[in-house]
Ligand binder design. Structure first.
Ligand code: F58
Length: 838
């Protein structure tokens, strides 16, 4: 075959300034973005300017994949997953995008040759904190896996102007600072002002007969806002697929502005504008309870309505029969926050597009799947009927109609069981009337899942037991997973290198391949290298600890870590009681042979959660005394790392050796931090709760420190009248630790400071801290003994990483695709001719 000579004057693909991957191309790209994208010359460019120029260069390469993916999916009429979530806790974008795209080394070299350090530039990025904790981070891991698995998908959510607050510590107390993540610009988002939808609130409904004589409903709104799309591309790991995260920002609807202007009411128009923009102003920072906040319901309806209208718009480009909408979209409700979508889709299909109720209902149910993330009764969303009806009068009518038909179905199945009807109704009438969002989600979905095996079982038995009786086939378990790209490759380069050398780099897209390092657990040289990597990570964390808190930690000590939201059910105070007891033993000289420890805490408290804030204060009180006590000679240190978030966790997981997963059994739906720790070679001390159960099963009981009451023992104890006092009276060390807290020994003599905490434990202790104390202490004793056998500990650590394969978010997404969404991968070819190109 004759080869054509290369055409002159045409740069090779590798050198293209927008998409090229050579060192030269990166250099030119960064410089051009600095000059023409930002209007800066290098000599005056700030570090942020440089970050923006680099980010824009990476984005250029990303957009190429994004455009091709969009075109390919459109051409293939691909079935698409829509993940509806009020939170996406993405974490910084530059590092992970570069890792997924490839090209890190070339960009690093290009910058080095210009006198810049890529890691410093990566570190410049602000955390986009559009979530509270596990639920929001899970959504972000799932986007990463959906793209990596080449599944066409759209994440739909809210573009909060202020994300989760930044935590600062003042005198040992948490204080909150607003998160101005957008103040220096966000290079990753593409505003799409032409993609905008009206969203109505308030007003009343009018029932009328349409021209064909059918009964119809018109919703005459009290006010209307506009939702505008902001798109962020999410690229998969070493694939050409880049999917869409579409977040909605609220703005004033022009029509309303105009009306007010015409009447000369300038201030009225401005006020309406401000009110409209308020909807997406701020993320609610509560991680469990959220009740009765009308703005929160506005947020939910706002983003769900925009998303469904957008899906319908896209569908109508190719098809006109909306009864087939579910064939195009598999739509997942991430908890009940988007559950209003069930009523909204019915409204759109019936009122706006003229479908018959039964046809619309069939489509709606086939569209939605619902994931539950909590068993805590106080976390189950319900809205007062009056508030709901005022804000969404048409939706309340639709909820009533869904309920009427649903309860008829229940009556038919369980004749005469009025108690069951009362329990299952979408309307809670036990003292006040409320719309139960979990019930709406269950009735409107074809699939319902929990997030770990134990959680799903408890869900089926207790919280949603009646729904399981009615529709057992709808229920399944989908154990959570985390992305190994961010949570190993990006944050733990030492470990990545070691794993690559041992098994090749295939583990990044097939985590089960880590099994390949199992035999190396008995290889002394490998263990030595493993320890060296961990030691370097611990040293890096020590530097960060010193810089952020002033505490000097010993990298040879056991790094015992609990990082997560602060909550009584997660029992940071159980951990703290262990620390106090250890301290008292050391002081008495009764702790000979105990491994030196550094106990590290991190996590935010909801701003209005007094007990959680007091726990943070208590950790600081204990830290002050312990760290300042010269007698201890560094055998115990206590650290609270402020502002735990996706960005700040990156030094923590790689350095951790002991992972604290000590929630009261039956309370933590799954946990995902437990998986991130295990992947990075930390050994878990934990209860039989959430995914701990499956982690124990995967790593084996020799490689896990198990303690505590089981979920059924917890329930039984509470049923039989739990008396925490008894434990206090019968255990001298427990009594001593609580007395110490109450005495002022950790609060500079102020005996009243921790009284509410101690009182709560002694008199109520709803999460059975005292009941589990002795078992926890004994188990920590075993940990200490195991840690002193360096070779044994290293083996445990290696086997934890090796056996974490099933906790990849890729496995989780494959499970969803197979059992719930029924979607297939789509290949994207970057050389394909673009429809839009000339
Ligand atoms: C978490 N829920 C669960 N909720 O607590 C955790 O066990 C699980 O691993 C994780 O979901 C993922 O499935 C959680 O993070 C929230 O943050 C909500 C935010 C909005 C208000 C209600 C709580």
């Amino acid at each position: 075959m004759a080869t054509r000579p290369p055409r002159p004057n045409r740069p090779s693909a590798a050198d293209d300034v927008r998409t090229g991957t050579s060192v030269e191309a990166w250099k030119r790209s960064v410089n051009e973005n600095l000059l023409y994208g930002l209007g800066r010359v290098p000599v005056v460019a700030t570090r942020n300017d440089k970050y923006l120029a680099v980010a824009m260069s990476v984005r250029d390469r990303l957009l190429k994949r994004w455009i091709h993916s969009g075109e390919t999916y459109y051409r293939n009429e691909a079935r698409t997953v829509c993940y509806l979530s009020a939170e996406f806790l993405l974490g910084p974008h530059l590092g992970i995008t570069l890792l997924n795209l490839g090209g890190y080394d070339e960009l690093e070299q290009a910058l080095r040759e210009e006198g810049e350090d890529l890691d410093v530039i990566i570190d410049q990025e602000e955390e986009p904190g559009l979530g509270n904790g596990g639920l929001g981070r899970l959504a972000a891991c799932y986007l990463d896996s959906l793209a990596t698995l080449r599944i066409p998908s759209i994440g739909y959510g809210i573009r909060y102007e202020f994300g989760i607050f930044d935590q600062v510590i003042r005198d040992g107390w948490q204080a909150e600072i607003t998160d101005k993540w957008l103040q220096y610009g966000n290079p990753w988002e593409v505003p799409r002002p032409e993609i905008a939808f009206p969203v109505k609130f308030g007003g009343h409904t009018e029932h009328y007969q349409d021209q064909a004589g059918r009964n119809s409903v018109r919703w005459v709104a009290g006010r209307e806002v506009k939702g505008v799309a902001y798109d962020t591309p999410i690229v998969g790991y070493r694939v050409n697929n880049a999917n869409l995260l579409r977040l909605w920002k609220s703005e004033a609807a022009e029509s309303f502005d105009l009306g007010a202007f015409n009447e000369g009411d300038y201030w009225g128009a401005v006020e309406a504008k401000v009110r409209s923009e308020n909807i997406t102003k701020v993320l609610y920072p509560n991680d469990v309870q959220l009740r009765g906040k009308v703005l929160r319901l506005e947020q939910q309806h706002f983003f769900v309505s925009c998303s469904l209208q957008d899906m319908i718009r896209i569908f109508l480009q190719r098809d006109s029969d909306l009864s087939r909408l579910h064939e195009k979209y598999a739509t997942q409700l991430n908890d009940t926050h988007p559950a209003i979508g069930v009523a909204e889709l019915m409204r759109l299909l019936v009122d706006e597009h003229g479908l018959e109720w039964d046809v619309a209902w069939n489509t709606t149910r086939k569209m939605f799947g619902y994931t539950n993330h909590t068993l805590l009764p106080e976390a189950l969303e319900k809205w007062p009927v009056s508030l709901f009806g005022e804000l969404l009068p048409r939706h309340l009518e639709i909820v009533y109609e869904i309920n009427r038909r649903f309860l008829d179905e229940v009556r038919e199945r369980f004749p005469g069981d009025e108690e069951r009807i009362r329990r299952m109704s979408l309307i809670d009438e036990d003292g006040g009337r409320f719309v139960r969002m979990a019930h709406l989600a269950c009735v409107g979905s074809h699939a319902i899942n929990g997030v770990a095996a134990l959680h799903t079982e408890l869900l089926k038995r207790d919280v949603l037991g009646d729904f399981n009786d009615l529709w057992p086939e709808k229920f399944s378990n989908k154990t959570n997973g985390v992305t190994p790209r961010r949570f190993v490759a990006l944050i733990n380069r030492g470990l990545k290198k070691l794993l690559d050398e041992a098994v090749g780099d295939g583990w990044l897209s097939d985590l089960e391949l880590l099994r390949g390092i199992e035999p190396l657990a008995s290889d002394a040289a490998f263990r030595e290298t493993w320890r060296r990597v961990k030691r370097q990570n611990k040293e890096a964390l020590c530097r960060e600890i010193a810089q952020k808190t002033g505490v000097v930690a010993d990298p040879a000590s056991l790094f015992d870590v609990q990082v997560k939201r602060i909550h009584e059910y997660k029992r940071q105070h159980l951990n703290l009681l262990h620390v106090v007891t250890l301290y008292r033993r050391l002081k008495r000289g009764g702790a000979a042979g105990v491994a030196p420890r550094t106990v590290i805490f991190g996590g935010k408290s909801a701003p209005g959660y007094r007990m959680a804030k007091l726990i943070i204060r208590a950790i600081h009180g204990v830290a002050e005394v312990v760290n300042g006590d010269p007698e201890l000679r560094d055998r115990l240190k206590v650290v609270f790392l402020p502002d735990y978030n996706v960005k700040n966790c990156q030094r923590i997981f790689p350095a951790a050796e002991l992972s604290e997963q000590i929630s009261t059994a039956g309370k933590e739906a799954s946990g995902t931090g437990n998986m991130k720790f295990g992947l990075n070679g930390a050994v878990t001390i934990g209860t039989l709760d959430g995914a701990n159960v499956e982690i124990l099963d995967a790593v084996g009981e020799d490689n896990f420190f198990l303690f505590g009451l089981t979920a059924s023992q917890v329930a039984e104890k509470l049923r039989n009248g739990y008396v925490p006092w008894r434990y206090y009276e019968e255990d001298v060390e427990l009594k001593d630790a609580l007395d110490q807290l109450a005495s002022g020994a950790f609060s500079r003599g102020d005996a009243s400071l921790f009284q509410p905490l101690v009182d709560s434990l002694l008199n109520h202790d709803p999460f059975l801290v005292l009941a589990d104390y002795r078992a926890y202490l004994d188990c920590q004793g075993e940990v200490s003994r195991a840690y002193q056998d360096e070779e044994r500990w290293t083996r445990m650590s290696i086997l934890n990483t090796a056996r974490m394969g099933r906790f990849s978010s890729d496995r989780a997404i494959r499970d969803y695709c197979r059992d719930i969404w029924h979607v297939e991968p789509v290949d994207v070819d970057l050389d394909a001719h673009l429809l839009g190109s000339r």
